[in-house]
Design a protein around this ligand. Structure first.
Ligand code: SF4
Length: 294
């Protein structure tokens, strides 16, 4: 008895148990064959709205150039700076073509690892533009932005959100645990060069935890050199290895950014509405996003 159909083609059957029918939900082969490998969501992002996630690495082992203390997807298993092709561009585009034709706000490259490690990031962005009309966002930790090829790829996006949790080499080590060969000054210089030539929107996203909450002045002064279009002040509200700062602790931090950056939006996570979303595939989405704190 087929009584319910959603995008995943859920098959609902009745089974006689002696006194009546009990309803059982089963999955057909379409459902059990995991529908998406490289995309996830849509997620309800406090910064971006309804966002279709693209994971250009999609590795089983979390691969990143950082191993941040607050990472919502756990410890980095492969800590690397090597750019390579993880997912063939055409395989990703085949999945994007299968996304239901419903409104989204953005398509966002992020996922479980650092998206600029994907050597074909630029090809992927170009390819998605042929399939979807939404703005394309890349969320990056900025660790490879000193490379001209990475800046070229990022420049294809409409909106780039770059992490800046540190105000010095020492704090980069303490908070982000970068792969060997990444220098704080190189990242800052790469960011300045990117800003000079990039005509899209550039946001700095700064995650505050106990180990960098006293370094706000240093981070503000670095951020001033980059001239972002927006600042996002954050603390981890998803399950991770460290505690978030409280709303009260975030107030003076946000205030200092607002006093310094009077002409651009300074958004703070506690002030934004946290919306719920209904992802196409929960499993694939939780793997990239982790779980929200209760
Ligand atoms: S938070 Fe982002 S940059 Fe940091 S380890 Fe996790 S995936 Fe990598």
């Amino acid at each position: 008895m087929l009584i319910g159909v959603n995008w995943f083609v859920e098959l609902v059957v009745g089974k006689y148990n002696g006194s009546g029918f009990e309803i059982q939900a089963q999955s057909n082969s379409f459902m059990t064959r995991h529908p998406y490998q490289y995309i996830y969501g849509p997620v309800a992002s406090w910064r971006l709205g309804r966002s279709l996630g693209i994971d250009p690495l999609s590795t089983d082992q979390k691969t990143c150039s950082f191993d941040c203390v607050y990472c919502q997807t756990g410890r980095t298993k492969v800590l690397t700076l090597e750019r390579k092709i993880f997912v063939p561009t055409e395989a990703l585009l085949e999945e994007v073509r299968r996304v239901p034709p419903e409104p989204l706000d953005v398509v966002t490259f992020a996922g479980n690892g650092e998206p600029t490690l994907a050597l074909n990031l630029g090809d992927m962005i170009r390819g998605i533009r042929t399939v979807r009309s939404e703005r394309i966002v890349v969320i990056t930790n900025g660790s490879l932005i000193w490379r001209p090829d990475v800046r070229e790829d990022l420049a294809l996006a409409d909106f780039v959100m770059v992490k800046l949790d540190a105000g010095s080499s020492d704090s980069l080590e303490a908070v982000n645990h970068p792969a060997e060969g990444i220098g704080f000054e190189e990242i800052c210089e790469g960011l300045r060069m990117f800003r000079k030539n990039y005509h899209g929107k550039l946001a700095l996203q700064i995650m505050f935890v106990s180990s960098n909450k006293d370094l706000v002045a240093d981070i503000v002064s670095r951020a001033q050199m980059i001239h972002p279009d927006e600042i996002e002040v954050n603390t981890p509200l998803r399950v991770c290895a460290v505690k978030p700062l409280t709303a009260e602790e975030m107030v003076p931090i946000t205030d200092l950014f607002r006093k310094t950056f009077t002409r651009i939006p300074v958004k703070s996570v506690y002030e934004e509405e946290r919306k719920k979303s209904q992802p196409y595939c929960r499993q694939s989405t939780d793997r990239r996003r982790g779980q929200e704190l209760p």
